[in-house]
Ligand binder design. Sequence first.
Ligand SMILES: [Zn+2]
Ligand SMILES: [Zn+2]
Length: 254
Amino acid sequence: MKVELISSTSGMSDAVQFGMTVLLNDHTALDAGTLGFLWPIDRQRNVRHVFLSHSHIDHVASLPAFLDNVYGSQQQCPIVLAGPETLHSLKTDVFNDRLWPDFIRLSNHGPPFVQLRELMPFQTCDVGDLRITPIPLNHVVPTYGFLVEDNRSSVAFITDTQATDAVWEIVNSCKSLKAVFLECSFPRRCRALARQSGHLSVDTFSRETNRLRTDVPVFAYHLKPAFCEEIMEEIAGIASGTMSVARTGHPYQF
Ligand SMILES: [Zn+2]
Ligand SMILES: [Zn+2]
């Protein structure tokens, strides 16, 4: 399985992502924070399915631009999959003719811009060579993490969240697990802010990582750009051979 964190910055550390997008096997995206920005349009045209974790802007900001960019270039329009609350937010907060034209209404009257599909917790979706299972997380709005599987490997993508039990039950029962990407939004000194905003700080990130029962790499991602250097130093100081900070623009193979 090919996994690539899409870069949204230039001239900064490749650990920084202003918006979240993870590309899977070049054809499926998790989140659309940066999918439609600063990234070659030919590669955008290959993306057929976009799974959204939740409605926050760092996860959906570039979705309107992406749908605009690829319009008419694919045999079928992109399919956006998300939980019911996230779909509701897209309809009322984004595609409402005020913030952006109502692509959902327009899709009923001509060549469609987008097709929406609802994701239910723990119900696996088949997308080409991938199987993707939404796992409810513990954030300030309803949010899904994703377990992504192909015939050889499984990789978990867990953001945005505080501590949660469901993730580790699923991840620890997965026999082909090859890696976990786990959010680490704040350094230790911001643990109160992390808790209030439904995120992990380095101490809770470390605690959650210790619940993993297999010896696979854990990549920290979703580092808040303002604290990126500090978080990287703190993670480097944790004595663990399996923990590191994920890099954007660097395809991983699992
Ligand atoms: Zn969020
Ligand atoms: Zn976020």
